[in-house]
Write a protein that binds this ligand. Structure first.
Ligand SMILES: *[C@@H]1O[C@H](CO)[C@@H](O)[C@H](O)[C@H]1NC(C)=O
Ligand SMILES: *[C@@H]1O[C@H](CO)[C@@H](O)[C@H](O)[C@H]1NC(C)=O
Ligand SMILES: *[C@@H]1O[C@H](CO)[C@@H](O)[C@H](O)[C@H]1NC(C)=O
Ligand SMILES: *[C@@H]1O[C@H](CO)[C@@H](O)[C@H](O)[C@H]1NC(C)=O
Ligand SMILES: *[C@@H]1O[C@H](CO)[C@@H](O)[C@H](O)[C@H]1NC(C)=O
Ligand SMILES: *[C@@H]1O[C@H](CO)[C@@H](O)[C@H](O)[C@H]1NC(C)=O
Ligand SMILES: *[C@@H]1O[C@H](CO)[C@@H](O)[C@H](O)[C@H]1NC(C)=O
Length: 452
């Protein structure tokens, strides 16, 4: 018994020293916690391993999450002014940009959806707004130009023929999910439009953003009111009237931050009011002020994608607090309580600092993965929003080059991809269809659980 007691205390001692310590009022503490978690994130990275592809993580995950992870690592580079992973991030952003610099690399064409492309567009916007190292050779467009290519190609897919507008989930006809219109795809384009509008000062982007927002309201994926509600999406068959009502933090986050960028730039109260009621709506993702993924966490059904949503949600909250100062106190409180919970959850695995999914528990919950790491990383590094500048624009020190017409060249990606359509084998089609079907059934499953 005594021996066992000794082992237990040794084990406890080891674990208590290697878990992530966090003092939310101390920048050094925040940055050493963030550095440990950035390392944990990169444990899943394949790009620096033998035989791995630059910009890719180990399975199981979908490609969009790699874009999301790169955005989170840019955040670490920026908030903590730590350039350890600068080259790794840079190489990943370049390697995955695709031949047309619009983040539709051929490798991804069997599975890539509008939201996947959107998340890489969001990653290069993050690079531009944080003044991340610009592309070094003259043949490679600037981060803003690549974000514009993503925006322009997405906007070309705007589909007024079904449900009066919006983007479909999928880009390619052979992917199941092509007949589903979801909030995330339109919200990605909306978020990108608002940020391009603010960065470049070109109001056309806000016109598109307004149209996208209004469509989400018309089709009732967004229900306005004192506390705004944001639902998942609907099939086009019945004109998008049979709505899947699951609520996900990343939809709220991207819409909230988009409105915050638009308000900050235009000072139009319509955008300000939307920020306020979206922020109130976000309350559903907090339990005692600690963030949780309401649609799946308590039922224990979060899939690979869903386990990472708190990362973009945390980042979006940080941006909102910086751009709309009246939201800062609410958001700071949420971030602080959540970061403390996240740090306590980062005490698992053989390294003793693997992050978990449940931040309300006070200890590791045996869940782990890329999503858990980047969510903890974002919520912790966003504690530094008061100490670091707000997202830059072309007028406030941003140095990224743009190209308003990028990606709209008709001989570019769309045509190329249509030609590539023909080369896709039956087996590839079935494979990607099944993948998407699993995601779809998980989604519908989530929705049924919500109703029950
Ligand atoms: C910078 O990040 C690296 C990698 O996570 C870490 O080892 C290093 O300690 C960090 N530097 C500082 C000053 O926090
Ligand atoms: C495409 O995928 C293959 C197989 O995973 C990989 O070897 C190759 O490097 C990838 N190319 C790009 C540009 O990502
Ligand atoms: C503003 O953006 C629109 C939409 O991409 C583009 O057509 C237009 O050329 C841009 N204007 C300027 C001055 O860059
Ligand atoms: C389909 O939905 C859109 C958006 O809600 C609406 O504007 C349109 O009138 C609807 N069409 C039909 C035929 O019901
Ligand atoms: C826009 O953001 C900046 C940076 O945080 C802030 O100083 C400014 O007050 C904001 N503008 C508006 C209209 O809220
Ligand atoms: C942006 O980065 C460039 C190149 O590293 C640097 O010269 C410049 O001072 C930076 N500007 C800001 C506002 O950070
Ligand atoms: C930034 O401003 C400069 C000077 O007005 C302009 O030449 C450049 O096109 C702008 N870049 C972007 C990305 O808007």
């Amino acid at each position: 018994m005594k021996l066992l007691g000794l082992f237990t205390s040794i084990a406890l001692f080891i674990f208590s020293t290697i878990a992530v310590d966090l003092d939310i009022s101390d920048k050094d503490s925040i940055c050493s916690a963030a550095a440990l978690i950035a390392d944990g994130t990169l444990d899943y990275y394949e790009g620096d391993k033998y035989g791995g592809t630059v910009g890719m993580f180990s399975n199981p995950y979908y490609w969009w999450e790699s874009g999301e992870a790169m955005g989170s690592l840019i955040g670490h580079w920026f908030f903590c002014q730590n350039d350890t992973y600068e080259d790794l991030i840079y190489n990943a952003l370049i390697a995955q940009k695709g031949d047309d610099n619009d983040y539709i690399p051929k490798n991804q064409s069997t599975t890539e959806g509008n939201d996947d492309q959107g998340f890489w567009g969001i990653a290069v916007l993050e690079a531009a707004e944080r003044n991340f190292t610009n592309p070094k050779d003259d043949d490679t467009p600037g981060w803003i130009a690549m974000a514009q290519a993503v925006f322009n190609t997405m906007w070309l897919r705007w589909d007024p023929d079904h449900c009066g507008g919006g983007l479909r989930w999928q880009i390619f006809t052979w992917n199941s999910g092509y007949s589903y219109k979801n909030t995330i795809s339109t919200a990605c384009m909306f978020n990108i439009a608002c940020r391009l509008g603010r960065y470049t000062g070109n109001d056309t982007y806000f016109d598109v953003a307004e149209k996208a927002y209004q469509w989400l309201v018309d089709v009732k994926f967004v229900v306005e009111g004192d506390e705004m509600q944001v639902y998942d999406g609907a099939e086009i068959d019945d004109n998008c009237t049979d709505i899947t009502k699951s609520e996900w933090s990343y939809n709220y986050g991207l819409l909230l931050a988009g409105c915050a960028y638009a308000y900050n730039s235009t000072e139009d109260d319509t955008w300000g009011d939307r920020v306020d009621s979206l922020l109130k709506g976000c309350d559903i993702f907090f339990e005692d002020d600690i963030m949780y993924e309401k649609g799946c966490q308590s039922s224990g059904t979060c899939n690979n994608d869903q386990r990472s949503f708190k990362s973009i949600f945390s980042r979006s909250l940080g941006q909102t607090a910086q751009l709309v100062p009246s939201t800062a106190s609410t958001i700071q409180n949420w971030l602080q309580k959540s970061a403390e919970g996240a740090a306590k959850s980062c005490s698992g695995g053989t390294d003793g600092h693997t992050c978990g999914l449940d931040w309300t528990k006070g200890s590791w919950d045996n869940k782990y993965g890329l999503g858990e790491e980047i969510s903890a990383l974002e919520v912790i590094q966003n504690l530094l929003i008061d100490e670091r500048p707000a997202p830059l624009t072309n007028d406030t020190g941003g140095t990224s080059k743009g190209d308003a017409s990028a990606g709209s060249n008709p001989s570019g990606s769309q045509n190329q991809l249509n030609q590539d359509d023909l080369k896709i084998t039956g087996r590839d089609k079935a494979g990607s269809g099944i993948l998407t079907a699993i995601v779809l059934s998980a989604l519908v499953g989530g929705a049924i659980w919500m109703i029950l």
